[in-house]
Design a binder for this molecule. Structure first.
Ligand SMILES: NC(=O)c1ccc[n+]([C@@H]2O[C@H](COP(=O)([O-])OP(=O)(O)OC[C@H]3O[C@@H](n4cnc5c(N)ncnc54)[C@H](OP(=O)(O)O)[C@@H]3O)[C@@H](O)[C@H]2O)c1
Length: 385
């Protein structure tokens, strides 16, 4: 029996993780759940999974949780540091990090520091502080098991081969909702169109990132840090069917790919059960019905976020953190209706242009670059409105 905590249990990945747990009650026991403010859903999850502890980041929501639902028999952690405190509990074996955005960094580091294996869905934390996270995980002998479907695919294909045996990684991308829209059309897209991803149903932040293709840029950086591979060896490949979740080419010319239906429960389950593979009732791929698997080059002109990600991948230091922070601020403002869709890369580029890169950052440098870049992005947006 594995004892787990799920950070971001009320989100898309969090809920899918609970579905996996529901299917294997003899394998996984949820000891901890955490959310930001969705206490209605959290309380239903608490009723069903009976965790020992719950973390709620929004202090007011935590108070409401106690007054509305009570917290009898549960240890409640509240406030900004709640999840980071919760994951220290010695009964936990593994922490699923499915919080969205940069808020995942502190609890992720705390879980690593207290020696818990990590099933990692969140990509922003790795983009911000990849080298620091991976160094600390190695020092603590903690496993980082990827949930993000592309990283899970690369991890499965690499299968412990050393990175110097690797020639190329083909990081696949469905192309998002605007793959076929002409560049000019992007100026007028609505929020509903942006959130309507053709292949995946996901949280709002990652849906916007998929539409701008920043998601693929973040994943490129994520793969660099997770697998210790330089950007030159990672090729982005548009694959609209989203069946091949990524591929790895080795020095002998062999290419291994991981294929599955587009269902996040598959990589989540593997990150939970690793190294074991557990059977599940999900339907497989019907190769007799699958007519084609297409692969195309990405359009860097139409999706400037890809070029910005490549630029920071060449710089490293605090630059990836700044890219991520500026993007996060832009997405937030876009979701509030305060920023045009096509202005997102423009603002990020301006913030990157003002940034003095710090080459070998320590955690404090990362945190201050994050704060600085978000403030810069918001200032530029406010001025332009
Ligand atoms: N969705 C996917 O298919 C998918 C695939 C690959 C990777 N990922 C990555 O997985 C992460 C989660 O994505 P998602 O789609 O599941 O997001 P989501 O549906 O928006 O859920 C986000 C979760 O994080 C919690 N949260 C948000 N801000 C927080 C804060 N400041 N402090 C504590 N908790 C906070 C939310 O709580 P409330 O509900 O209370 O707001 C919710 O539980 C992202 O980094 C994303 O890039 C997602």
């Amino acid at each position: 029996m594995q004892h787990i905590a799920i950070l971001g249990s009320t989100g898309s990945i969090g809920q899918h993780t609970l579905e996996v747990v529901r299917r294997f009650p003899e394998k996984f026991r949820v000891l901890g759940l955490s959310a930001n403010s969705n206490i209605a859903l959290l309380s239903r999850q608490v009723k069903e999974f009976r965790p020992c502890f719950v973390a709620i980041a929004d202090s007011r929501a935590a108070e409401d949780f106690v007054s509305k639902f009570g917290a009898k028999g549960i240890r409640l952690f509240a406030g900004q540091h709640a999840a980071g405190e919760m994951v220290k509990d010695s009964r936990l074996d593994k922490v699923v990090v499915a919080t969205s955005g940069s808020a995942a960094l502190a609890p992720l580091l705390s879980a690593i520091e207290s020696g818990k294996d990590i099933a990692l869905a969140n990509k922003e934390a790795l983009v911000m502080a990849g080298p620091i996270i991976m160094r600390r995980a190695r020092r603590k002998k903690v496993k980082i098991l990827p949930i993000d479907s592309e990283q899970s695919a690369i991890w499965q294909c690499l299968d412990k081969q050393p990175s110097f045996k690797l020639k190329k990684i083909y990081l696949t991308a469905s192309g998002g909702p605007f793959r076929q829209m002409p560049k000019e059309g992007l100026k007028k897209v609505s929020l509903r169109q942006v959130l309507d991803h053709p292949r995946w149903k996901m949280g709002k932040k990652i849906s916007v990132d998929s539409a701008t293709m920043m998601n693929k840029g973040l994943e490129l950086l994520e793969a660099m840090f997770l697998f210790n591979v330089p950007a030159e060896k990672i090729k982005i490949l548009i694959h609209p069917q989203a069946i091949v979740h990524s591929m790895v080419e080795f020095v002998d010319g062999s290419v291994l790919a991981q294929l599955s239906r587009t269902d996040m429960r598959i990589p989540i389950q593997y990150a939970l059960s690793y190294p074991e593979r557990l059977s599940n009732p999900l339907p497989g791929i019907d190769f007799y019905k699958l007519k084609e698997l297409d692969f195309q080059s990405p359009d860097f002109k139409k999706f400037p976020c890809l070029g910005l990600a490549l630029r920071v991948a060449a710089q490293l230091g605090t630059a990836p953190c700044v890219l991520n922070a500026a993007n996060e601020a832009c997405v937030e403002e876009f979701l509030k209706g305060k920023l045009r869709f096509t202005a997102i890369p423009e603002i990020i580029e301006k913030v990157l242009g003002r940034h003095h890169n710090r080459k070998e950052p320590v955690l404090e440098d990362i945190l201050s670059a994050d704060t600085w870049a978000k403030a810069q992005a918001r200032r530029i947006i406010a001025r332009s409105n």
